[in-house]
Design a protein around this ligand. Structure first.
Ligand SMILES: NC(=O)c1ccc[n+]([C@@H]2O[C@H](COP(=O)([O-])OP(=O)(O)OC[C@H]3O[C@@H](n4cnc5c(N)ncnc54)[C@H](OP(=O)(O)O)[C@@H]3O)[C@@H](O)[C@H]2O)c1
Length: 324
């Protein structure tokens, strides 16, 4: 496993981190034994960064991680997230920051994160979502900075809202965040335009999420899969979305079939190729996925020519008329 600088935090994080959403729930059946084996295998192979959130199984993912880490002696950084208090998700432009992230609410929520993880100080706390409506008066981040000075949190940041990831650019320039969590994959390449260059310029650590586009970029789907009602993919891949994702993935597969990389390898290596990226956190839910995904760090880098060709596969789904 290779390690990278985590922005200006002074930490070194593993290129492959552990995405711990599925081990908390919302991804169909998940046996706790599989979750524990996945964590054990990932850490044995050098993973030192785990991403979780209050919302992953209502604290279940955090609880499993907290319990599991008591059996390990190496340094592992855990990143967790506080959602805004009840209301619209994503927050609307009219939501008031005082109502969604009040000091009382943030303090109580951070206490709960500490208790679920069974630790005294959080390595990384991210606000689980944001709106640019709060950029000029980001008081929630000021409260987190206060908690940082009190020792309750070590690094703070935001997980970008998927419809407006660039809303955090101003916050980086204003020195309000240490790290960010961003969607970046072969389809979603917009962060390369400005968000990543500003992260490099400001020394903001970047965690990449959803590098497999929720599984489709692993190349294993045929388009005929169905997901149960409790599985968030039944909504993410609703209508013809899975079929369209699979069609585009098949094109990539065909174009790169003679390369040395499988689709999961190509997807993770693509995300790791940008210099702004510190760690990529594929979702991992069993031992096999832990073995396969961690091994990708040591593979040769993707050539410049391949990167140029992969750039052609970016797919802007943010427009009504685009990508149809
Ligand atoms: N901040 C946020 O709002 C937010 C949102 C989404 C995710 N995240 C974080 O980012 C992490 C990663 O995103 P994600 O888990 O949503 O999606 P992802 O990484 O794009 O896809 C993960 C899924 O792909 C499958 N998979 C993993 N490795 C594989 C391999 N080597 N071969 C074939 N299939 C493989 C697994 O599902 P199956 O085994 O079921 O196929 C896994 O759950 C999450 O776990 C979470 O920590 C954060």
């Amino acid at each position: 496993m290779k390690y990278r600088k985590f922005g200006n935090t002074g930490l070194k994080v593993s290129e492959i981190g552990f995405g711990a959403w599925a081990i908390g729930g919302s991804w169909g059946d998940q046996r706790e034994q599989d979750s524990l084996e996945a964590l054990e295998t990932a850490l044995d192979r050098g993973v030192n960064f785990i991403d979780t959130a209050a919302g992953y199984g209502n604290g279940k993912s955090e609880r499993i991680i907290g319990e599991f880490l008591k059996s390990r002696s190496e340094t592992v950084y855990v990143c967790t997230k506080t959602p805004p208090a009840e209301g619209k998700w994503p927050p609307s432009p009219y939501c008031r920051i005082e109502e969604r992230y009040s000091e009382k609410y943030l303090r109580e929520n951070v206490e709960e994160r500490l208790s679920k993880l069974q630790i005294e100080s959080l390595d990384v706390l991210l606000l689980h979502t944001w709106t640019r409506a709060w950029n000029d008066r980001p008081i929630a981040l000021e409260i987190l900075q206060k908690m940082k000075s009190e020792g309750l949190i070590k690094q703070i940041g935001i997980s970008t809202p998927e419809h407006d990831q660039n809303c955090v650019i101003q916050l980086m320039r204003d020195g309000m965040v240490d790290v960010l969590q961003v969607i970046y994959n072969i389809f979603e390449q917009e962060p390369a335009a400005q968000l990543f260059p500003v992260a490099v310029e400001t020394g903001t650590g970047i965690i990449v999420r959803v590098a497999f586009d929720e599984g489709v970029l692993t190349g294993k789907y045929t388009g005929n899969e169905t997901f149960g009602p409790g599985d968030f993919r039944s909504n993410y891949f609703a209508g013809d979305r899975l079929e369209r994702g699979v069609k585009r993935t098949e094109k990539i597969k065909k174009e790169f079939q003679k390369s040395a990389y499988s689709m999961p390898e190509l997807a993770l290596k693509f995300a790791l190729t940008h210099e702004a990226v510190s760690t990529v956190i594929p979702g991992i839910r069993n031992r096999n996925q832990a073995v396969q995904n961690t091994a990708i760090s040591e593979l040769p880098e993707i050539s410049e020519d391949m990167m140029l060709r992969l750039q052609d596969h970016s797919w802007n789904r943010g427009f009504w008329y685009g990508g149809k």
